[in-house]
Design a protein around this ligand. Structure first.
Ligand SMILES: *[C@@H]1O[C@H](CO)[C@@H](O)[C@H](O)[C@H]1NC(C)=O
Ligand SMILES: *[C@@H]1O[C@H](CO)[C@@H](O)[C@H](O)[C@H]1NC(C)=O
Ligand SMILES: *[C@@H]1O[C@H](CO)[C@@H](O)[C@H](O)[C@H]1NC(C)=O
Ligand SMILES: *[C@@H]1O[C@H](CO)[C@@H](O)[C@H](O)[C@H]1NC(C)=O
Ligand SMILES: *[C@@H]1O[C@H](CO)[C@@H](O)[C@H](O)[C@H]1NC(C)=O
Ligand SMILES: *[C@@H]1O[C@H](CO)[C@@H](O)[C@H](O)[C@H]1NC(C)=O
Ligand SMILES: [Zn+2]
Length: 812
């Protein structure tokens, strides 16, 4: 693992020389104190003036704040909500979708889309700028994948190689889907993949998880100098390549197995796209092979922005050095069949190897290989690496309170000319959200808090646009950013998917309960009614990562994804097109509209209610659950031969968390049993009690803060005549204090040195799993130490986490 990683350039404030004279210290202190008191005073005045309750009784806590001397606020909170529900339109979303999917928009390749987006937002009444960075990325130049077989001549003296299969490496042009035939469509390739020309026997490595590779090592399957063929799915693709590289393999082929498409397959009687909902056999999933769970963003500038003159670091620890190539299952078939009869069968290894082996009906036996030396694959991948500008579009609505900011973002760049789902369903939705707020502004509304809208570039390569922006504006964000709302794929199916920091839980419940579902099978049902109520923890895989994991800003990622009965979504393929969206993904664009309503309301609730509607107690309770999860994991590791519940393996999250762990199962059943009695494993187990205790204390304080927030909210609703101005001022001041505590809570969990071996990740509670990438790991320091059975390090992490929790409690 990458302990050899180049250290980050840490932004250490340069210490000023210590002043010699006490009175100078005192003077400076007085200046600072006075200045900050004045600032606080003005903010308090501004806040309390803004919230001036008028003289009527009301139910909505924020309904009737008036401007000093101007009667009511021109647009009440209820009116704002109505505007945000009424404005988004399916027709407009469809028009935006049609625009964004009309031509290629790879990162750094389509300035006109940035310009268009900025101009649209200006048209809607939101001032926006283009913010650019110079980033290191690759564009495809050339590639080849072929199966070669050696033939001996009759006389036995010489041999020759025959090409038995040449992969097409292209997606079919479909008459129904115009995007699939665009002359300037994007070739199939991997972001941040290494150029190379390698030839060798093939090994089937299942999903390419850490444990899949462990199984192969244990089964004595030779990996060195072989080429891996792995199926897509479960974990971030760059981590499959990373592990193959660490084990000395030459290159990696990634293919999409229809076995992972559930019931929506040709085998089960469904027609393939464009005639039906099943996977189009020639579809290819492009994507990044950056080592995402180690650090996102421009790999040459870890931890600081890619300004043109920024110093650049070597990239070998952040991106692969062996080539990789994505292919369709049509192209994969001959290679998988060449493995038939060679090496163990997948089924002989263990039960993890027979999950969704759907190509059996096409004659694939899923042998592991390797193929004999006279059956090899030639993998040639040529990438052009450049340092080139990319363009974020940043729109701002200034609020009354200068240092409380809500940010709402989505990326604009796509792997393909289409991208109707990823990301441009989100871009269409974001435009509708911006347009709705523009409508409110026109009617005279002004938010309490500043709202920033972001259309990110370069997300697909590794969250590049958002990461560089967060790295640049970190001091401001650290001070002012209350929350970040992300939507990447807003609509590609009917199932609501939510990941969020616990502080935002109650907002999600409230908002989804006020938005009608597009599904009115039962009249009046809301999005909340049809939601499974699951809120996943924050991992990575989209632009919230730098906000949540690097800057400590509570974040939310939301969208409608495909459920088990929805049409197969052609992720990062030419068939993620306008035609697919219109026909299969979201006919009528109703889910687009609904998501615009959800994001509008969530933004309004965060930006326009005087008391920030966080629930600190939800955070404390979540932490308690996470500690419990760590205890369960410890139990599982320490109890020998504890069988995994097979039925849980049909749940993707459980399955890939298990398969993505570095736990050494041969030692966990033997040596761990012995180490159960060892003092360090036990003392670690006991030290977790300290975390429960610290969380208990935090919970008490958190409940207190929430109560106080409710109390202030209640008092705001009461009628206060104008001559009680000092009471109003005090109330404004008290609200300000509570809000600041809420704002700073998530920041308490940052640890400056970062996680083990990945110092960019600063949050001690949330990070992507080291070997899963997308999925969120809680308390990564503890979980990784347990996997490695490194109890000393585990206890070190208990100390670190305990001090963060105590600090958080103290701040409340
Ligand atoms: C940029 O995007 C627009 C709108 O999707 C498209 O029409 C145009 O062809 C793209 N430009 C380039 C240079 O690819
Ligand atoms: C790749 O390398 C082989 C020799 O190993 C060579 O014959 C072939 O021409 C190379 N391919 C390309 C595209 O350079
Ligand atoms: C792998 O090789 C080792 C030593 O060469 C041997 O002890 C072991 O039984 C082999 N394992 C399998 C699964 O073949
Ligand atoms: C918002 O406020 C900042 C700082 O006062 C100012 O520089 C900026 O121009 C304002 N933006 C808009 C759109 O009013
Ligand atoms: C629509 O709603 C009904 C009733 O709640 C539910 O049974 C059905 O599964 C929903 N369909 C979709 C596609 O969400
Ligand atoms: C796994 O554990 C066994 C037995 O303790 C040990 O021999 C082996 O080297 C370990 N493997 C790894 C990859 O740590
Ligand atoms: Zn995306």
């Amino acid at each position: 693992m990458p302990s050899e990683r180049t250290p980050l350039l840490v932004r250490v404030p340069v210490a000023e020389p210590r002043p010699r004279y006490p009175h100078a210290v005192l003077r400076r202190f007085c200046t600072v104190a006075l200045a900050s008191t004045l600032i606080w005073f003005f903010i308090a005045v501004a806040v309390s003036m803004t919230f001036f309750p008028d003289g009527h009784s009301h139910h909505d806590p924020s309904d009737r704040w008036t401007w000093p001397g101007c009667g009511r606020r021109p647009v009440s909170y209820d009116q704002l909500r109505q505007i945000l529900l009424d404005t988004p339109s399916s027709e407009r979303a469809e028009a935006w979708s049609r625009y964004y999917t009309a031509g290629p928009h790879l990162a750094g390749k389509n300035y006109s889309q940035a310009l268009w987006t900025r101009n649209k937002w200006a048209e809607f009444g939101i001032h926006a700028d283009i913010v650019s960075y110079d980033v290191y990325i690759n564009y495809p130049a050339d590639h080849r994948l072929a199966l070669l077989e050696r033939r001996e001549y009759e006389d036995g003296t010489s041999t020759s190689w025959k090409v038995s299969f040449e992969a097409s490496l292209t997606e079919d042009i479909l008459a129904d889907d115009p995007t699939s035939g665009l002359p300037d469509r994007v070739p199939t390739f991997h972001g941040y993949s290494a150029s190379g020309n390698v030839t060798g026997p093939v090994v089937y490595v299942n999903y390419g998880t850490y444990q899949d590779f462990e199984d192969l090592v244990k089964a004595n399957v030779t990996l060195k100098d072989k080429i891996a063929i792995a199926r897509y799915g479960g974990i971030f693709r760059g981590l499959k390549v990373k592990r193959a590289q660490e084990l000395g393999m030459l290159g990696v082929i990634l293919y999409s197995d229809p076995g992972d498409d559930g019931d929506i397959t040709e085998e089960k009687g469904k027609k393939a796209y464009p005639d039906g909902p099943a996977r189009q056999p020639s579809s290819v999933q492009r994507g990044s092979t950056q080592f995402l769970s180690f650090a996102p963003g421009d790999p040459t500038t870890p931890g600081y922005p890619s300004k043109p003159d920024a110093p650049r670091q070597p990239v070998h620890t952040a991106i692969p050095s062996i080539p990789s190539i994505p292919i369709s299952y049509t192209d994969a078939l001959p290679i998988l069949k060449a493995l038939n009869g060679h090496g163990p069968k997948a089924a002989d290894l263990n039960r993890y190897w027979t999950r969704n082996t759907g190509l059996q009906y096409k004659g694939v036996h899923y042998n592991v290989g390797p193929t004999p030396d006279d059956v090899v694959v030639n993998l040639y991948n040529q990438q052009d690496y450049v340092t080139t500008p990319l363009w974020n579009v940043i729109g701002v609505i200034n609020g009354t309170i200068p240092d409380e900011v809500i940010i709402v973002g989505n990326h604009r760049d796509a792997w393909v000319a289409g991208g109707a789902g990823d990301p441009n369903s989100g871009s269409a939705v974001l435009n509708e959200v911006v347009r709705s707020f523009g409508q409110a502004l026109r009617l005279g509304w002004k938010p309490l808090r500043t709202i920033v809208f972001a259309s990110w570039d370069g997300e697909e390569y590794g969250l590049v646009g958002s990461t560089e922006w967060v790295e640049e504006y970190l001091p401001w964000l650290d001070d002012a950013n209350v929350a970040y709302i992300n939507t990447d794929v807003s609509a590609r199916g009917t199932t609501l998917r939510v990941s969020a920091a616990p502080l935002l839980d109650n907002i999600i419940h409230a908002v989804t309960a006020s938005v009608p579902s597009p599904n009115q099978t039962v009249p009046g049902q809301t999005v909340h009614d049809l939601w499974d109520k699951r809120i996943k923890t924050m991992g990575s895989g989209s632009d919230f990562t730098a906000f949540q994991d690097f800057a400590g800003i509570p974040s939310l990622d939301i969208g409608f994804e495909s459920g088990p009965h929805d049409p197969v979504y052609h992720y990062h393929s030419n068939y993620d097109s306008f035609y697919w969206m219109e026909k299969f993904g979201d006919p009528g664009f109703a889910y687009h509209r609904t998501m615009a309503q959800i994001i509008g309301l969530a933004t309004a609730q965060l930006a326009d209610l005087p008391v920030i509607s966080f629930r600190a107690a939800d955070y404390a309770q979540a932490l308690d659950r996470y500690v419990k999860q760590v205890e369960d994991k410890l139990d599982e590791v320490l109890s020998p031969a504890r069988e995994i519940d097979i039925s849980s393996l049909s749940n993707d999250d459980v399955y890939f968390e298990l398969r993505g762990s570095t736990r050494n199962s041969s030692s966990s059943s033997s040596s761990a049993a012995a180490s159960a009695g060892s003092p360090s494993a036990e003392s670690f187990g006991l030290s977790l009690k300290r975390l429960h205790k610290a969380v208990g204390k935090l919970n008490k304080r958190a409940v207190g803060l929430d109560k106080r927030a409710d109390e202030l909210d209640r008092r705001l609703r009461q009628h206060l005549p104008w001559w009680r101005w000092s009471t109003k001022l005090r109330l404004g001041f008290q609200i300000r204090q509570v809000n600041t505590k809420y704002k700073r809570l998530e920041r308490s969990f940052l640890f400056d040195e970062g996680l083990d071996g990945r110092p960019w990740f600063k949050h001690v509670v949330f990070a992507p799993g080291l070997w899963t990438g997308y999925a969120g790991a809680v308390f990564p320091g503890l979980v990784e130490s347990i996997d490695n059975q490194d109890w000393a390090n585990a206890e070190r992490w208990v100390d670190i986490i305990e001090s963060r929790i105590r600090n958080a409690a103290h701040r409340l």
